[in-house]
Every structure is written in structure tokens, then in C-alpha cells.
Design a protein around this ligand. Structure first.
Ligand code: ZN
Length: 303
């Protein structure tokens, strides 16, 4: 399962880190890193909140793991907060943003030129049963980063939902209706678009908020399924249209629903683009994943 790879090494061991640049890369940073085989990886827990018991029958209670990670996190926290957002340039870097509602680590990986003012965020999965975008983010993490870019990747923002095979998070909330912009109450717990008891009620959306507020990305791409189109609204339309052209996908201007991540980002950061790429249903082929990863690189290289 993709998410297992995502969270591997999140205890700070450094194991399971993805994105070590491939040998032969055209990116000098990537080349140097690959050649030296001493890529400096720092893992840290940036935020942590107490775990809450699983509230759905048949799901193992992850608290033991959660508390073990929190214990490690407490020791790392001070150093991590200092180091996390000001790492030395040209390092491979990843961190645990925090824990999901059921105590699973959510990681962020960072690549490229950390000093660059051009910040990019790509999220592979937010709806737990729409996770083929992780194949794209993993490709991005393995390849060369276009020059002058500070690339942040969250492969899996919803590890609980992915483990359960559901759209919502581990508490039955649609994370992409739980963001604090134009939030409205929708449905009930485990309904497909249940927006939660209040905006930002879920740990995963709060972690995303923390990350976005710190990074302030110029471009954010959110992968979903299964509509097979690129969709955007407002200020993000131009960039999204360009992505669609580069990826050979359909584009449609669609007003962002209430409480979505792009809704919040577009209302919070003037001039920044945040849009959704809806992949087709089912499994994404290696060819398609490569095509999308290439589109991301071209989009960012030319912006
Ligand atoms: Zn979705």
C-alpha cells in the first residue's frame, strides 16, 4: 500500500525516505546528492496532538504506536521547530507534520533549492479512496527538481481513510469539506461529504493549514479521482489550464465547493494558485503517472 511507504521511517530513524535523486539527474543538486550517497536526512515531528480512540468498529487502535511516536516527538520537538523550516540548502529533508486522528504519522518531504522564494506544494492524496496521485508524487520525489524551486510533497494526507478504504478520514469526516473557508455544515458522520462538526475540526486539516501557512506555496496541486479532469476557479484558473494542456487532460472551470483546501488557499493567499487534478477511476498506469509528473515539472519550470 502506498501509504505504508509514506510513513516508513517517520519515527525519526530515517529509514524509508523517498526522493533520493536518481544518478544521472540533470539537476546539479540531485547529482551531487546521488554521487555523495551521504544525503543528509533530518526527520522531525513538527506538531503533535493527543490521539483519540478509534471510533469505528473493527479498526485496530493505534494508540500504542501513536504514543511511542509522541514520546520520540517530545524529545525532538525543540530542535525540530528550529531546524524544520530553515534547513541548510541542498539537503534531502523530510519531517513528520503530526499524527492523523487515529495516530498515524503524516509526513512532508522537501526537495530542490530550499532558499528559493518559489514554493510549490503537491499533495498526492486527501480522499482516502482516491490515492492514485501518490504514484505521481513518488515520481516527482525520485526525479530532478526544476532549478530554482522549493518543492514540498505530502504523499498522503489521509492515512486513516486510505487504510480504511474510504473517502473520509478515520472519524468519518470529508477532509476536503472541513477547511475554514466558506465552511458549511454538510451531512452526518460517514456521509460522503460530511464537513465535520466545525471548520478545522480534524487534525489532518489543521496539519495542512499549519504547513500551508508556513510554506505559503505559490502553486499547490491536489490530486483526486475519478473525474478525469483538471478543475479550478478564480485566480487559479490560468495555472490549472496550463497544467491540463501539459498533461493532455480536460480542463473545466468549476467553482470550488464549500470548505475545500483550494477554496481556503485561494481566499487566503492572493496571487497563489491552488487547484485540483482529478485522475480517472481505477489504477493509474505508469505511463500516465509519468505524464503527470512531467506536466508538474514543465508547469513549474515555466511559470
Ligand atoms: Zn476527491
Amino acid at each position: 500500500m502506498e501509504s505504508r511507504h509514506t510513513i516508513a521511517g517517520a519515527d525519526g530513524s530515517g529509514a524509508g525516505v523517498t526522493g533520493v535523486p536518481a544518478p544521472g539527474s540533470t539537476n546539479p543538486v540531485a547529482r551531487a546528492a546521488a554521487a555523495n550517497v551521504r544525503t543528509n536526512v533530518r526527520a522531525a515531528i513538527l506538531t503533535g496532538e493527543r490521539s483519540t480512540p478509534a471510533d469505528r468498529p473493527g479498526v485496530p487502535d493505534p494508540e500504542t504506536t501513536a504514543y511511542r511516536i509522541l514520546a520520540v516527538g517530545a524529545a525532538w520537538l525543540t530542535a525540530a521547530v528550529l531546524a524544520a523550516f530553515a534547513p541548510a540548502p541542498d539537503e534531502e529533508w523530510h519531517a513528520v507534520l503530526g499524527l492523523s486522528e487515529r495516530g498515524r504519522p503524516i509526513s512532508v518531504h522537501r526537495f530542490g533549492d530550499f532558499a528559493s522564494p518559489r514554493k510549490i506544494l503537491v499533495v498526492g492524496c486527501i480522499h482516502g479512496d482516491e490515492c492514485q496521485g501518490v504514484k505521481i508524487t513518488r515520481r516527482l520525489a525520485r526525479g530532478a527538481v526544476p532549478a530554482g524551486l522549493d518543492l514540498w510533497i505530502v504523499h498522503q494526507l489521509n492515512p486513516d481513510g486510505h487504510r480504511l478504504g474510504v473517502r473520509q478520514n478515520g472519524r468519518g469526516v470529508d477532509l476536503n469539506r472541513n477547511f475554514g473557508s466558506e465552511w458549511i455544515p454538510i451531512g452526518h458522520r460517514w456521509d460522503p461529504q460530511y464537513s465535520g462538526p466545525r471548520p478545522w475540526s480534524e487534525r489532518e486539516t489543521r496539519l495542512a493549514r499549519t504547513l500551508v501557512l508556513r510554506v505559503r506555496p505559490d502553486v499547490t496541486i491536489w490530486y483526486h479521482q475519478p473525474q478525469a479532469l483538471v478543475r479550478a476557479w478564480g485566480q487559479s484558473r490560468r495555472t490549472a489550464r496550463r497544467y491540463a494542456r501539459l498533461a493532455g487532460e480536460h480542463y473545466r472551470s468549476i467553482r470550488w465547493p464549500n470548505g475545500t483546501a483550494p477554496n481556503w488557499q485561494n481566499h487566503t493567499f492572493a496571487g497563489a494558485a491552488s487547484f485540483v487534478v482529478e485522475l480517472p477511476p481505477g489504477r493509474l498506469s505508469a505511463t500516465s503517472a509519468a505524464r503527470h509528473a512531467r506536466a508538474v515539472r514543465l508547469l513549474l519550470a515555466g511559470r
